[in-house]
Design a protein around this ligand. Structure first.
Ligand code: PLP
Length: 390
């Protein structure tokens, strides 16, 4: 390249994590399925083992020793997502929950087991924190209560924006200020780096369920943390020890997904705005939750923190639970299934499914359905919903 300015997001999405392809004479990302790697001799192998199990990237010429420690296909996906989020390092896991687990364990290991969490959170995250399974202690706080919830044992402030499933937006910079020095992790699964880059607003760590938008086709499970090198060095050894590295087939699919991420997110978002507007007109619907709707962005974060409202929305049926169940059952084009962020539109009932393990005081309302808007024509999605509602 002859230009010195840093490339735009769409360019990075296509090219990041491909830097060495020309030198290696390849055009598609090679999938390295080796579970073990030849060693030059015992001492060189031992040195490489120490290096990798300690959480550092391999040095040139080093053996990768064993696939639980390092995988070059995974490393290409990590380079790609790090470039999109603007972080120096990324660590990829077998799932989003595996990423969350490793991050929480790293804080417990550092002697900082207290987590301040802002609800609503993904049901699995809420459940993991509420049970204290990993030795964490949680204080659930509202955005304005973060400063007073921090103690000297606080190792992490956990938030999600937009929140799951009600699309609440949280001011990341304000939470970072309130957290003092405590690291803030933002689950950026709903927004993706196309719409929001939390590290630019002071977050220490970005978390993704890569299973969702990053892969984008509903056929690869993964999770990833993006952060600075120092924080990454505290998490990588945990991935190696606990064995939660992403599979190389998954890494291939997730890396491929990055290339079309900006175009998918933008198109799905445009359709979601149209679907949200159409649903808001329907007499059977009490309210539509989407940052594009009046009252959906009370802190005016769209434009300041997020470049658009995204493509996940929720709506509440006026007749409550039974009406919501009937809609989920009667859709045809739309699939009734959990998960989100793929090319096809999905609908699900958060209180009954994704947020089932969440305590009743934090559970979404019984009449609420969550919609992940895909790449179909907006008119077909709207027709299917209207037909299911009526
Ligand atoms: C799905 C999801 C997770 C968990 O990720 P998995 O890949 O299913 O383990 C975490 N956060 C959000 C917002 C999610 O949607």
């Amino acid at each position: 390249m002859t230009t010195t300015s840093s490339p735009g997001l769409a360019t990075r999405a296509v090219h990041a994590g491909r830097d060495d392809f020309t030198d290696r004479g390849v055009h598609a990302l090679p999938i390295d399925l080796s579970t073990t790697y030849p060693l030059a001799d015992v001492e060189a192998g031992g040195a490489a083992y120490d290096h990798l199990s300690g959480g550092r990237p391999p040095e040139t010429g080093d053996s990768y020793v064993y696939a639980r420690l390092w995988n070059p296909t995974v490393a290409h996906f990590e380079a790609g997502i790090a470039a999109l989020e603007g972080g120096s390092d990324a660590i990829a896991f077998a799932s989003g929950m595996a990423a969350t687990t490793a991050l929480l364990m790293s804080r417990v290991a550092a002697g900082k087991p207290h987590v301040v969490a802002i609800r609503p959170l993904y049901g699995g995250t809420d459940h993991l924190l509420a049970t204290g399974l990993l030795g964490t202690e949680v204080t659930y706080a509202r955005e304005g209560e973060v400063a007073s919830a921090i103690t000297e044992r606080t190792g992490l402030v956990f938030l999600e924006s937009p929140g799951n499933p009600t699309l609440d937006l949280i001011d990341i910079a304000a939470v970072t200020r309130a957290a003092g020095g405590a690291p803030v992790v933002v689950d950026n699964t709903f927004a993706t780096p196309v719409l929001q880059r939390p590290l630019e607003h002071g977050a220490r760590v970005v978390l993704h369920s890569a299973t969702k938008f990053l892969g984008g086709h509903g056929d690869a499970m993964g999770g990833v943390l993006v952060t600075d090198s120092e924080t990454a060095a505290t998490v990588r050894p945990i991935r190696a020890i606990t064995g939660s590295i992403l599979h190389p087939m998954g890494a291939y699919l997730l890396h491929r997904g990055l290339a079309t991420l900006p175009i998918r997110v933008e198109r799905q978002q445009r359709t979601a705005v149209a679907v949200a507007a159409a649903l808001a007109e329907h007499p059977a619907i009490r309210r539509v939750m989407h940052p594009s709707r009046p009252g959906g962005d009370p802190l005016a974060l769209v434009g300041r923190q997020m470049s658009g409202p995204g493509s996940i929305l929720a709506f509440e049926m006026r007749d409550g639970y039974e009406a919501a169940l009937a809609v989920a059952k009667r859709v045809h084009l739309i699939t009734h299934a959990v998960s989100l962020g793929g090319v096809d539109t999905l609908i699900q009932h958060p209180a009954g499914l994704t947020h089932r393990p969440v305590a009743s005081e934090a559970k979404p309302g019984p009449g609420i359905l969550r919609l992940s808007v895909g790449l179909e024509d907006a008119s077909d999605i709207i027709d299917d919903l209207v037909h299911a509602i009526e």
